[in-house]
Design a protein around this ligand. Sequence first.
Ligand code: NDP
Ligand code: MG
Length: 390
Amino acid sequence: TALRNVAVLGATGSIGTSALDVIARHPDRLRATVLAGGSNVDALLALCVRHRPTHAVIAETSRYAALRDGLSAAGLDTQAHAGNEAIDALAAGDDCDTVIAAIVGAAGLSSTLAAARAGKRLLLANKESLVLAGELLMRAARESGARIIPIDSEHNAIFQCLPDEANRETLRRIVLTASGGPFRGWCREDLAAVTPAQAVAHPRWSMGPKISADSATLMNKGLEVIEAHHLFGMPPDRIEVLVHPQSLVHSLVEFVDGSTLAQLGLPDMRTALAVGLAWPQRIESGVERLDLLTQRRLDFEAPDLDAFPCLALAFRALRAGGTAPAVLNAANEIAVSAFLQGRVGFLAIPALVEEVLAALPPQTADTLDTLLDADAQARRIASKVAATMT
Ligand code: NDP
Ligand code: MG
């Protein structure tokens, strides 16, 4: 097999470090040639020492000198870069054939699009880019021949169970599983006083703070419904959400003949990353085997939409279409960051998202500019409303 050159965008994050762990297990077939981080130069430098990429890039331009000097002090010949344009150029450039899109939030859209337009093998963890600009991103990939392999565990599971293109009409529906997050079974009243520390303490997965908070509100599952719609061309009424607290069944695919296929595994993102890095082959990921005899139980229950209205809001935004999902995502990013900084309570997250959706009626979203405008407007309104809630 040919050597794959991989750009890891969001290298210093939870997905990024898991990806580098898998890559380092296969020096004969995988090499990390580009590492990109946000602002944490020390973490990026430590990864450069270990993985010796050709390029290292930091989004925060004021950190350029620190990165350049750190690389040379470490005696590395890794080239230093800074800024979002540099990330986009490296994601589209000749030094990688595979791009892991693992920057968090809408900040990841531009490099994800750049990789899709350049026809890369795109391992997509950054679900917010699909929520914000799913049609554009999928079209860009179709036109360039970029292969998108979803890394989000649910979508990766579906990807593994999916029939080939010719038999897509035999799909009846897809079922996304949800752990239910740390507050599964709680009622609305009890949720009012939860702290950021409680919200990011996920019972099954170890992840970055933003997606952990999204899992606690169930907005994560809402974003994933929209993600599934774009990735698999499924209308909203054929996408179902099922709470499965053990997080061992990562999702299911139902066929017209009554068959349901599922993918199972321990909750560790290295499995999905290994699938993406090697597909259609398989490689070792470092994840232990799933022993069902020790796990023993697989439970399923319906999501509680009263206590966790974010999931219903996401379905509503998907059905409304146009700019609505972009508005939902942007308002949620502002709400989550206000919550994580202790400026608003947990229940303010759905309240804020609902208010911003109501303030910005959906418009047709045929260009990237329309979507970015909607994103910016939603952020402005959400910040204003959040300030009144403090
Ligand atoms: P983390 O918060 O752990 O990591 C985020 C990464 O993005 C860091 O490398 C960070 O750099 C970088 N970053 C942040 N802001 C910017 C910016 N403006 N420009 C460039 N880089 C930036 O997040 P996760 O790894 O948990 O999640 C990453 C993405 O993957 C998210 O979209 C999430 O929804 C998705 N995902 C994650 C899963 C998980 O298990 N963690 C599962 C499924 C999907 P720095 O460290 O320098 O700040
Ligand atoms: Mg997921």
